[in-house]
Design a protein around this ligand. Sequence first.
Ligand code: EPU
Length: 333
Amino acid sequence: MKITEYCSLARYNTFGIDVTADCMVEWASADELIALLPELKRPLLMIGSGSNLLFTGNFHGTVLHSTVDGIDVIAEQGSQITVRVGSGVKWDDFVAYAVLNGWWGIENLTGIPGEVGAAAVQNIGAYGVEVKDVIDTVQTIRLSDCTRCDFSNAECGYGYRQSIFKNELKGQYAVTHVIFRLSLTPQPKLEYGALEHEVARLGGPALANIRSAVRTIRESKLPDPAVLGNAGSFFMNPVIPAAQFERLKSEFPDVVSFPADNGMVKVSAGWLIDRAGWKGRSIGPAAVYERQALVLVNRGGATGSDIIRLADAIIKDIEEKFGITLKTEVNYI
Ligand code: EPU
């Protein structure tokens, strides 16, 4: 366990915004957290590696960061393997481990920053796969009374970049472990965009090829936060009713979209922002990334307010041009 008072959060958010927390606790096990909880200054904020956070000022409470480690096989039945992973494990280290061991299901989620606990809260997704597709159970501690609570996949209330832990139960549970169900037999999912082509170029749908192909495609579009502060997609792709989509398409025939559940349509926010002329534009030190309009970047020294000023200008403009209100994927703190 590590406790730091007046801790800079600059290395705990991928935008690199320099604010402080009154107290930062890095906890390595459920027992450690339970022992400490009654003593901690409130409010509490649980973070992973801060790849979906935007700090708008100093945090006057305790930030909790899991360093719970371990990737353990707990069962193998037929072609399925069940693996329990600590919430503090780096997401991409887990993907690398799975690929090395021949476990299928998360290879399309290669290269996503962040940690396993936050991945389960955020329901990370890319290239046609969401992490909810392979989650069996999320193991947590309820902060109000220190009890251990397991949530089955169905109890997590998963949707597109949504879970119960971001909504009804926001801030109430700390994730200690996530139990995944992966496949020992090949299950390639290559339908999204340029993936199939890139995998074929590398020699076909082996796990290692899919991992390299995803990495190549991501690197061509998404900036490395270590070089240019960012939090991946800043906005979610809006999901709108089919009738509204038909009206949009009649005015903008080249609008990019994907089918969503219940006859709704997911519209590419990147396309909307790009089409509205924002790609590469900046307001002060906050900018729209020139290769992916859905990504906002800190060109150096930006505050949370600088990023929000740019985000608000984009939201207003998209509303005026397309009648669609963008929602942020990034959480403001
Ligand atoms: N597009 C443009 N201009 C742009 C960006 C996109 O026209 O500046 C159009 C293009 O037609 C492109 C299409 O939108 O082909 C889709 O773009 P992309 O494949 O980059 O995906 P996205 O919908 O913008 C989503 C996720 C990403 C994920 C990719 C790949 C969300 C909010 N974002 O982005 O996730 O990596 O799909 O699956 O759903 C993240 O959540 O942080 C993230 C990076």
